[in-house]
Design a binder for this molecule. Sequence first.
Ligand code: SF4
Length: 358
Amino acid sequence: MIPPIQRRIAKEVRVGPLILGGTHPIRVQSMTTTDTRDIEATVRQIKRLEQAGCEIVRVAVLNMDAANQLAEIKKRINIPLVADIHFDHRLALKAIEQGVDKLRLNPGNITDRAKIEQVVKAAKDKGIPIRVGVNSGSLPKDLLVKYEGATPEAMVEAALREIEILEDNNFSDIVVSLKSTDVRVMIESYRLIAKQIKYPLHLGVTEAGLGDTGVVRSALGIGTLLLEGIGDTLRCSLTGDPVREVKVAYDILAALHIRWRGIQYTSCPTCGRIGIDLEKIVAEVQKRLENVDKPIKISLIGCVVNGPGEALHSNIGLVGHEKSGTIYIDGKPYKRVPEDQLVDELVRVVKEYPLLPK
Ligand code: SF4
């Protein structure tokens, strides 16, 4: 029996209709890659993110033109909107006025206490939370000197300083992130701060990279912390289409048995025993079922060595033979199908499941 994850119970912080922290679900976030001034493109991308299961979306607020589009963007989407603010506190004030659901402030580039206090007051008046978003690439200079680099201690101190300003202004709707490009620094930073504050933690490995590199780094950093019960929301920062970030985030959560979305697949690596083109079958089945949001498990296995055993733990299974395969439903053989019909038949079976003769 695998022991359950002992989750760190954070203060509950509301973001639009969602609550972060406590025992609430660990929420999946992403960030648009469009120019926020382009409302059409930004809304179109957010809709795609929503469809993929993104629950909170952040947009870059580069200048006043971008800030002035936020109300219109918010009106046209269905998930909480977060304004990402750097350098200029007036952009934060404008974003709050436009009705965003949350702000992300970077302690490394808005350092004037009076300006931060203006933002805090405006956020408090509107009842919106602030994420103190520390990033290893933009730490305050004095901390880089004091700690001789972007160490976990420097990351934590940057966050605690900003939190102190917020708390001094009686503001506690705070979420914190300590994102580093270095997976081990990231993990250690969150571990350290998790013991010192009560606020929800937003997990992420910043600028994790392209393709497999970004996925591996995100899975290691975020996954390690989630297993330790740390983390209330997460973003996988991957280079490219942000929809992939959402899919990877759910894969991490599902691999740790925390949350599921859509179909969970297992497939074998294939070997010299294989008698069908399993790679092609897996790719086609996954593509054709891309938009099917059914919480089921499918195992697509090349031969009888592991196929029947995996089918026992799956709703639907495939066991390959020479130029054919047997489809299993709930662990029992359902029908044997020639290779060229396997994809069509698997797709039909998944779509009709569980209303099928067993
Ligand atoms: S399940 Fe069969 S085909 Fe797949 S890797 Fe194992 S032995 Fe090879």
